[in-house]
Design a protein around this ligand. Structure first.
Ligand SMILES: CC(C)(COP(=O)(O)OP(=O)(O)OC[C@H]1O[C@@H](n2cnc3c(N)ncnc32)[C@H](O)[C@@H]1OP(=O)(O)O)[C@@H](O)C(=O)NCCC(=O)NCCS
Length: 168
């Protein structure tokens, strides 16, 4: 797949939310709406078709978190997710954030591998997150998920010498 033709942009105010796509990354529309209320929705398009999406949520002055990152099922495993993460890292660095977070479930071993391959390191655990934030138990790989595993990238540490002008 030619990933060079993927365009990633923040969604316009009147743009339809691609719930079916975002629901690949979450269990409920309510959880997505909660993230949308405090976050920015981004859309990845190829040839005019939405193929990927994610939400960026500012946590504090230096920290931004990825929520609900998802690639169209038929296009997963072809490098699109990596393109999204590269875009997010650049976007966050340009905006002066120094820390990029992402959370996933304690049983989401494949997703954790994906994030590690993209440069994230295990950082923290939000204990009981999936018990306290969802009405029904959620299962992944046959096991109930309980905690959110947080991973992070220190953006300043990954900024190359000479890139300082980005932050000016
Ligand atoms: C997770 C997701 C965004 C990754 O995007 P993607 O386009 O499939 O990922 P890429 O093709 O860029 O993969 C990058 C690397 O991670 C690995 N990887 C990606 N998804 C993986 C998975 N599910 N299992 C194991 N490895 C995976 C790939 O093998 C690849 O490694 P390689 O470069 O050595 O080949 C995508 O699979 C997806 O939308 N999944 C469903 C929604 C979801 O679970 N979102 C995350 C919520 S925490």
């Amino acid at each position: 797949m030619d990933t060079s033709t993927i365009e990633i942009n923040i969604a316009g105010e009147n743009e339809e939310v691609p719930y079916a796509l975002l629901l690949l990354s979450d269990d409920t529309k309510e959880a997505i709406d909660h993230n949308l209320a405090k976050g920015e929705l981004y859309l990845g398009r190829q040839n005019g078709q939405i193929i990927a999406s994610f939400i960026l949520k500012c946590i504090d002055i230096g920290t931004i978190e990825i929520k609900n990152i998802a690639v169209l099922e038929s296009l997963q495993g072809k490098g699109v997710g990596t393109i999204l993460i590269d875009f997010i890292k650049e976007n966050a660095t340009l905006r002066g954030f120094h820390q990029l977070l992402v959370g996933t479930c304690d049983q989401c071993h494949k997703e954790i591998e994906f994030y590690k391959k993209s440069g994230f390191k295990l950082f923290d655990v939000r204990k009981n997150f999936f018990l306290e934030n969802y009405y029904k138990p959620i299962y992944e790989n046959g096991k109930q998920i309980i905690d959110m595993v947080l991973l992070k990238i220190d953006l300043l540490a990954t900024t190359n010498p000479g890139d300082g002008e980005w932050l000016a």
